[in-house]
Design a protein around this ligand. Structure first.
Ligand SMILES: [Zn+2]
Length: 290
């Protein structure tokens, strides 16, 4: 999970407040007083998906993985058709609200489902704010009251900096940074499910250690000189760690953490002291070169 820069004022054309499909879609859910089967799927139309993919570099807002197998989905941060654990219609009036639409993989989307915990329980917004009988867009904007006053608990990468709430361990596990919002988000988004932790981040570390280990063995056995092996290790760092960071690929936040904390994440796992030293030198030299 990483901070996303999304400009709420620059919205897809299909969500332009003056365009008829948008006006009609909103009017239909407002008239029904809730989300209903057959309500317009305008929120997930191709132009919106395309713009979100550009903003998110096609990665999930929560797990930072480019979805494999199933396509990325347009996710409602505030659920549109109910709120888990309470009697609530869901925030149906935000179904087409640009600031409420994120990009997510199918697994994170279904794990989160319609969970939306807040701090200010009595301040839970139960319905749309109207102005002269019509939806008041200012009041229904995610950063304005009354929505802001709910004190949403889940990390929204468009608003919050996830790095302040969660952190990565060398095992690939995600834990909170003494942040109750971090704890809750890890659980609700399922950020440590096997697919992401064991078969995702931990596998990245294991694969890297295997590659490093093979080069280091050649140095330890005397087959290759230190200077040659250090160059080989630098090449791996560039291709396998720096590339995903610089190109903003899947798990880039995790790769960045690995590079920043190479001692704890990678060097510490090298059993041989001389081997650990050449790997440390390779990291130092690589970081000096960027
Ligand atoms: Zn995901």
């Amino acid at each position: 999970m990483k901070k996303i820069n999304k400009h709420y004022l620059i919205r897809p054309l299909s969500l332009n407040p003056h365009r008829q499909p948008y006006i009609d879609a909103k009017a239909a859910v407002m008239a029904a007083g809730g989300w209903f089967p057959g309500a317009s799927g305008l929120y997930r139309s191709a132009p919106i998906l395309r713009m979100l993919k550009g903003i998110y570099n096609s990665k999930c807002a929560y797990c930072e993985q480019e979805p494999k197998g199933s396509p990325a989905q347009v996710e409602h941060f505030r659920p549109k058709d109910g709120v888990f654990g309470i009697v609530h219609t869901g925030y149906y009036w935000l179904a087409y609200e640009w600031s409420n639409l994120l990009l997510a993989c199918g697994n994170c989307n279904s794990t989160k489902n319609n969970q939306f915990p807040i701090r200010n329980i009595p301040g839970r917004v139960l319905g749309p704010t109207l102005l002269a009988g019509v939806l008041d867009d200012r009041a229904n904007f995610i950063l304005n009251s009354p929505l802001k006053n709910e004190g949403f608990e889940l990390i929204n990468p468009e608003i919050d900096d996830p790095a302040k709430h969660i952190k990565f361990l060398p095992s690939g596990k995600i834990v909170d940074s003494n942040s109750p919002r971090g704890t809750l988000s890890i659980k609700v988004y399922g950020l440590n499910r096997d697919e992401l932790w064991i078969n995702g981040r931990k596998k990245i570390v294991d694969d890297l250690l295997y590659k490093f280990g093979r080069r280091i063995d050649r140095y330890v056995s005397g087959e290759r000189a230190a200077i040659v092996v250090i160059d080989d290790l630098k090449d791996i760092i560039e291709e396998d760690i720096w590339r995903p960071i610089s190109r903003n690929l899947s798990y880039s936040a995790f790769y960045k953490e690995m590079l920043l904390q190479y001692d704890q994440f990678l060097v510490a796992a090298i059993g041989n002291k001389r081997g650990a030293t050449v790997l440390r030198i390779a990291f130092i030299k690589f970081i000096q070169s960027i």
